[in-house]
Design a protein around this ligand. Structure first.
Ligand SMILES: [Zn+2]
Length: 131
């Protein structure tokens, strides 16, 4: 069996979202990927105290499994952010989650310049691919 895969997926542990994520990824034609689930998903790249832990996973994904892409996921009402209530409004929540996805993307591009990135913002009723 081939020992490489297409992508790494960095997502949250939240049970309300990871099953939907796996379904969504299959609709995108993604067949094989390494899955890292940590509370906060992409937030773990933005936070200096957890970034190295994500890098340790990605070093294996790139070194052993020759991934070409990283999927970065954030979701609405994430406990690692204090839930939706912590933001004051859904607009502010979306702005912060999007900012963190953009920052996580920049961090990936700096450390792993050859990798493509895909940013997903998950809501209860939809998953959006961000530009
Ligand atoms: Zn979460």
């Amino acid at each position: 069996m081939e020992h490489s895969c297409e992508a790494a997926v960095i997502t949250c542990i939240d049970f309300r979202f990871w099953k939907k994520l796996i379904q969504f990824l299959s609709t995108q034609g993604l067949e094989s990927y390494d899955l890292t689930a940590m509370a906060g998903g992409a937030k773990n790249l933005v936070d200096g105290d957890t970034r190295e832990m994500v890098f340790r996973q990605l070093d294996i994904c790139t070194g052993k499994h020759e991934i070409k892409k990283v999927y970065l996921i954030n979701h609405i009402d994430c406990g690692a952010y204090g839930g939706s209530a912590a933001f004051g409004s859904s607009e502010k929540e979306e702005i912060k989650l999007t900012e963190d996805l953009n920052q996580a993307e920049n961090i990936i591009k700096e450390k792993y310049p050859s990798l493509q990135t895909v940013k997903l913002l998950m809501e209860f009723d939809q998953t959006r691919v961000l530009k």
